[in-house]
Write a protein that binds this ligand. Structure first.
Ligand code: BG6
Length: 484
């Protein structure tokens, strides 16, 4: 990964009045200002349709910070000095030419070299027209560097992702595109690389000889909240499996990269994604939450949420079994699952190792789901647990499953927010934690069968671990989901 001071630049945020900008991007930029070597490097230009001037937008930004409890007296000064706003109005002819003039004016007035980051914090349908308008206004190149950040979801399926990649490449080189998946910015996800390749311990056993199966779960207690209309167009596969979980799978299953840089890491993740065998309808289960009890409260079902169409078949849960056709993983099932309104918020990877080859402790040996197991908790309560067998002191040879535990909070305190890490990497031009065009397409190739609408969507009560049918998926292989 590249370290050092980023060049001075202008970051142009499209969707500047939206939720993502206020809740994640501006706070991350402020954290970067306060706590990193990039202090004073970024100037911000918010862009949206609304007819605001600089002062009105600055007030909106400051109010947003205050609502989230930020009380730092230096904040107001930073906002007034750093943040600007440009309205696109109804985006009629001339809107992007005016934007270009504004960018050049700010650069000139503040003596900023023409280094530009265009951050598209926009809904999916707005990506392509915005990229096209930027390109036609000549905002795809500059005397310095130009980078464009695209938030997930990147396309709706393989075909749309391919055509969006083609459009992007008409105006921007792959090197200047940063496809952002915020999971890759989580410390615990980055740590998968350090954990696997910074230790000699794991590599000899990280394969089909010693690993029985791997489970990756992203369970949320939240429902769709106020995002019903958005979620209707997405569903759990597009929202989480295609991007967050397949990226995590890539890091768990990949071979050692030639180095820790964008090309090397993407090459290895791509190999994994391309080696996943095509999914059949019997390899996955979809679900949708119905009303149920969660944390002592009765939660409404998905169909009663605002913005959800009557009789909607959008899945809020998906469980998938997949096989990676490679020398390392042949015969090892990987189970991925995600769901909203599940019993508990937890994102974790559970690696279950095979039983000892000879059952010398029979009949006392406990194996299968009780054998050696490595649990990597990505959030919350980030850390590792390694379960192994010990002898119970006293007469006879009785075995007991014991755990070694490590928790980040005990050692390192608070972890940085994903957006802070990722924005800093864009400023430095480091692609290690971003998703390359071919990875996105390979991930859609895996997911297209899941969104073909061929399988039933089973109801599950809010506050549960998903539809009962998902049990059968793992039980068919004699395993159980790890619901802790
Ligand atoms: C987003 C999804 O990408 O990730 C949301 O669109 C989801 O639906 C969120 O809630 C989960 O992120 P995290 O960081 O809370 O696991």
């Amino acid at each position: 990964m590249h370290r050092g001071y980023p060049d001075r630049h202008l970051i142009i945020i499209f969707g500047a009045t939206g939720d993502l900008a206020h809740r994640k991007l501006l706070p991350a930029l402020y954290e970067i200002e306060k706590h990193t070597s990039a202090r004073g490097r970024a100037t911000i230009l918010g862009v949206a349709r609304g007819a605001l001037n600089d002062d009105q937008y600055r007030r909106q930004v400051i109010d947003g910070f205050k609502e989230s409890g930020e009380t730092d007296p230096a904040l107001v000064e930073w906002v007034n000095k750093t943040v600007h706003f440009q309205s696109l109005g109804d985006q009629g002819p001339g809107a992007y030419a005016a934007l270009r003039r504004r960018i050049e004016e700010i650069e000139k007035a503040r003596d900023i070299p023409a280094n530009r980051i265009f951050y598209l914090a926009l809904p999916l349908p707005a990506f392509a027209p915005t990229v096209e308008s930027l390109g036609h206004a000549g905002l795809n190149t500059s005397a310095g560097w130009t980078r464009v950040v695209i938030e997930k979801p990147f396309g709706r399926d393989l075909a749309s992702a391919q055509s969006f990649n083609a459009l992007l490449h008409r105006f921007y080189s792959e090197e200047s595109v940063f496809r952002l998946d915020h999971y890759l910015g989580k410390e615990t996800v980055q740590n998968l690389i350090a954990f696997r390749f910074g230790n000699a311990l794991w590599e000899p056993i990280w394969n089909r000889d010693r690993i029985s199966h791997v489970e990756i779960t992203a369970a949320e207690e939240l429902g769709v909240e106020s995002r019903g209309a958005f979620y209707e167009q997405a569903g759990a596969v597009r929202d989480i499996i295609q991007n967050h979980l397949l990226q995590v799978l890539g890091l768990v299953a990949m071979d050692a990269p030639a180095g820790i840089d964008g090309t090397s890491v993407s090459n290895e993740k791509l190999k994994v994604l391309r080696s996943i065998e095509p999914l059949h309808d019997t390899d996955f289960v979809l679900g949708q939450y119905a009303a149920g009890e969660l944390n002592g409260k009765t939660m409404p079902g998905y169909l009663s949420e605002e913005g959800v169409a009557p009789g909607s078949r959008t899945e809020t849960y998906a469980a998938v079994r997949l096989w990676i056709n490679s020398w390392r993983w042949e015969g090892v099932p990987f189970y991925l699952r995600t769901g909203k309104r599940m019993a508990r918020k937890t994102t974790k990877i559970v690696v279950t190792f095979k039983c000892p080859p000879a059952a010398v402790f029979n009949p006392y040996i406990v194996c299968g789901n009780e054998g050696n197991r490595l649990t990597i908790t990505l959030q919350p309560n980030e850390g590792f647990n390694l379960a192994f067998q010990v002898k119970v002191p006293g007469e006879g040879m009785r075995l007991h499953t014991q755990e070694m535990r490590f928790r980040y909070a005990d050692e390192f305190g608070r972890l940085p927010e994903a957006y802070q890490t990722l924005l800093l990497d864009v400023m430095r031009g480091d692609h290690t934690l971003f998703v390359r065009n071919d990875e996105v397409e390979a991930a859609w190739r895996v997911c297209d069968p899941l969104i073909a609408g061929r399988v039933p969507v089973h109801a599950y009560p809010a506050g549960s671990w998903g539809p009962t049918q998902a049990q059968a998926l793992v039980e068919a292989d004699r395993y159980q989901w790890v619901n802790v």
